[in-house]
Write a new protein. Structure first.
Lengths: 311, 257
């Protein structure tokens, strides 16, 4: 039982009318793992999360969560999940503490236990001083922390976070990441969706990249970078601005493993940045600015899902 | 309020409504408790002075049961429209519940129990006030509490189903104009439905409010209602059960994809 994956999906499909949001995905999430769904808007991340949360019925395929069937055992599974939805649904007319106590009661906890956990969790998300205040005046970051506290009220085996830090300022994001990291250290299994690469690198042990309802890559952040990108990236800008890019890109052919001309600069994917720069000089190219940086998940992401804007 | 140590999901939903109500109950005192009494005094004593007696009793005593049932009707409808739509559309409280073991039937039952609580509190206060005006004429009068609870469910359940099915609050104007207002006027609250032309009388018979008014009037005046008691009660029960089924279906339609 302990070694059984917490989530097993086989050929999971979700259709809304003619639109296929999730197009046959397979995945497994182990206990204690921090697992991420990465992808552009409309990739099918939230639809997948809603099926895992047992609030959306799969159109086809098999989905087992905590060893139970997601369709048949919905209430029993939900009793052991913590959910932090993309849209806040806190009760604005209740106090901060009442939001937690009320929610704890939905899980059948006694009043005393509900209050005890509420106070403990308010402390954990640093909202104790707001306990008796209303929810309405809280900042976005505070509301999100309260929603995460609410998701923890039933001591869940599995916590689902749908874009946990979207719309938050950097301070709020970092505080939230730090709290989520602590949960992870306590052994809580986290499943999250994000389109922030830094968030995925910070929090996820393993992730899948989704695009168009399918999983296009899977692995740890490090292994994804190794597989789909190079160790380093050289970014070159040229004095003649936008017109000459295609020519410069052609002249750079063979310097690295891949050359990616952007409207304003050329990216060269290489294993050794300094060696590549020497080669650029040897070829007599004269870029106006040069930046050598490590490859990031963002390079993987853009490589896999393309640079076309998805609205 | 503490019903069980570890809450059944239905009672957990009820508790949420009560917690919210505790913050705003002062605001509802006027509409729930003072309004019906003022209403009774102005119509019952004011209009009653001109009308004299109706069906053998003074007008005040005659409209007391009507105002009782009508108050239950108003609370049931009023609290099942914007409040329900808001918990789907803006507050998303039902979406929050959906992520927990709380089921659709629990959500509907919790809502209905809350309204039964609200109506019962109002009806009891109203009855106590009316005793001092000599408006109750039968030891059966306390049965009105049960009748009002029944009409509350019979009306609140289908209205909640309606509110859960619509996407915009402008539909409520239709509900109020085409159904609620005519029902309030032509259900035998202020005058016997026998005064109505046959077409309108049939509408009165269709209205759950008329059946509740008949039962309440029978209870406070100690006389037989227009139809057998089981027929009135049965009709209300059919509305309650059908409304409940429709409401659960509407909640499911809204929350499940």
């Amino acid at each position: 039982m302990a070694d059984q994956p917490l989530i097993v999906a086989r050929g999971l499909v979700k259709r809304f009318g003619d639109f296929t949001a999730v197009d046959g995905i397979d995945l497994e999430v182990a206990r204690g793992e921090a697992f991420g769904f990465l992808g552009p808007n409309g990739a099918g991340k939230s639809s997948t999360m809603r099926m895992i949360g047992c609030v959306s019925v799969p159109t086809a395929g098999e989905l087992r969560i905590l060893g139970m069937d997601a369709v048949r055992d919905g209430p029993r599974i939900r009793a052991r999940l913590g959910v932090c939805p993309q849209l806040d649904n806190l009760d604005p007319d209740l106090t901060v503490r009442e939001n937690l106590v009320t929610y704890a009661r939905y899980f059948g906890l006694s009043r005393a236990e509900s209050r005890r956990r509420a106070d403990e969790l308010l402390d954990f998300v640093q909202l104790s001083d707001r306990a008796n205040g209303k929810v309405e005046p809280l900042s976005g970051g505070m509301k999100r922390r309260l929603t995460i506290a609410r998701a923890m009220v039933n001591e869940p085996d599995l916590v689902l976070l749908d874009e946990p830090t979207t719309g938050l300022d950097p301070q709020a994001r970092h505080l939230l990441w730090e709290r989520l990291f602590r949960l992870k250290q306590q052994g809580v299994t986290l499943v999250l969706t994000t389109h922030y690469m830094d968030e995925a690198e910070q929090l996820c042990d393993r992730l899948v990249v989704m695009d168009g309802g399918r999983i296009v890559a899977e692995g740890s952040p490090r292994s994804l970078i190794e597989t789909y990108s190079t160790a380093e990236v050289v970014e070159l800008r040229f004095p003649d601005g936008l017109e000459g890019i295609a020519g410069h890109a052609a002249a750079l052919a063979g310097v690295g493993k891949r050359v990616d001309p952007l409207p304003d600069r050329v990216l060269v994917y290489v294993d050794d940045g300094d060696a590549a720069l020497a080669e650029v000089q040897r070829r007599g190219l004269a870029p106006s600015s040069v930046l050598v940086r490590r490859s990031t998940l963002e390079d993987v992401f853009l490589h896999l899902t393309g640079r076309t804007l998805v609205d | 309020m503490a019903l069980t140590r570890s809450a059944h999901p239905t009672f957990a939903v009820l508790e949420r409504h009560l917690t919210l109500y505790r913050r705003v109950w002062q605001a509802s005192v006027f509409s729930s408790f003072v309004m019906p009494v003022l209403f009774l005094l102005s119509i019952g004593i004011g209009v009653g002075g001109y009308v004299g007696s109706v069906q053998g009793v003074d007008y005040l005593s005659w409209i007391v049961p009507g105002v009782l049932a009508s108050t239950a009707f108003q609370i049931a409808v009023g609290e099942s429209t914007y409040a329900v739509l808001a918990d789907f559309k803006w507050v998303r409280a039902y979406h929050a519940m959906r992520a927990t073991p709380v089921g659709m039937a629990d959500m509907v039952r919790g809502h209905l129990l809350y309204l039964v609580f609200r109506v019962t509190a109002t009806v009891v206060v109203f009855l106590v006030v009316v005793v001092f005006f000599g408006g109750l004429h039968s030891p059966w009068a306390p049965v009105t509490v049960l009748v009002c609870a029944l009409v509350t469910v019979a009306v609140a359940a289908p209205v909640a189903a309606f509110s859960a099915s619509i996407d915009h609050d402008s539909y409520f104007a239709l509900l109020f104009r085409l159904i609620v207002l005519p029902a309030a006027l032509f259900s035998g609250v202020f005058f016997p439905v026998g005064q109505l032309v046959v077409g309108l009388r049939l509408l009165a018979y269709a209205s759950p409010l008329w059946h509740a008014v008949e039962l309440c009037r029978a209870a406070t005046l100690g006389r037989a209602p227009a139809w057998p008691v089981w027929a009135h009660a049965g009709y209300l029960l059919v509305w309650a059960v059908a409304g409940f089924v429709l409401a659960v279906r509407a909640f499911r339609g809204r929350l499940e994809d």
